[in-house]
Ligand binder design. Structure first.
Ligand code: HEC
Length: 157
């Protein structure tokens, strides 16, 4: 009986070692979690923070009133989404580009949503969905924060 319990312990040990591996896998999902840049944040991380602040302020305004044409203008540097240096340089470039193009197309549509508050909300939410789509592929961390950016589509007229 003693021999068997040793065998069991041995197997348990193997299992533990196998499970506590460094957890690295081929997935891109957490490519934003560990800043690798010793000099600070990547250009992309800074752009993301800027876009997050922009979205937060648009949401606050949209919940009260229609946006002005000026407020719907896209940030001048939004196109740098395609070229900004990233923390993780190993991510799938083609997938990143297609997700970035999708976001930029949605943002462009939003900027031409017109002066009706309901339309603005609809197109704004489409941009937020495009943020989430890319994050589902590349970096899950901020999704919770991004989900709070949606504006209820049933605002009183
Ligand atoms: C094309 C893909 C893509 C799109 C679109 C995208 N993100 Fe990101 N986002 C990333 C990646 C990749 C990172 C990790 C940046 C890095 O560390 O280099 C990131 C990082 C972030 C971060 C963390 C920044 C930090 O402080 O480190 C936030 C917050 C964020 N994104 C919000 C948003 C919001 C809001 C939008 C929509 C306006 C958006 N993202 C659109 C790919 C995307």
């Amino acid at each position: 009986m003693k021999n068997y319990s040793f065998l069991l312990l041995f197997l348990l040990g193997i299992l533990l070692v196998a499970c506590s591996g460094d957890g690295k896998n081929a997935s891109n999902a957490d490519s934003c979690k560990t800043p690798l840049n010793p000099n600070g944040d990547s250009e992309l991380a800074l752009l993301m923070r800027q876009l997050s602040n922009w979205n937060d302020s648009l949401k606050t305004k949209l919940e009260k009133r229609a946006l002005t044409a000026e407020e719907m203008r896209l940030p001048e540097n939004v196109q740098t989404l395609l070229t900004a240096q990233r923390t993780d340089t190993t991510i799938d470039k083609a997938l990143f580009k297609s997700m970035a193009d999708f976001y930029l197309a949605q943002a462009e549509q939003f900027s031409h949503a017109g002066m009706q508050q309901a339309d603005q909300v609809k197109y704004f939410n489409a941009t937020v969905r495009a943020c989430v789509s890319c994050h589902e592929n590349f970096c899950h961390g901020p999704i919770k924060r991004i989900n709070k950016m949606f504006v209820a589509e049933t605002l009183p007229k």
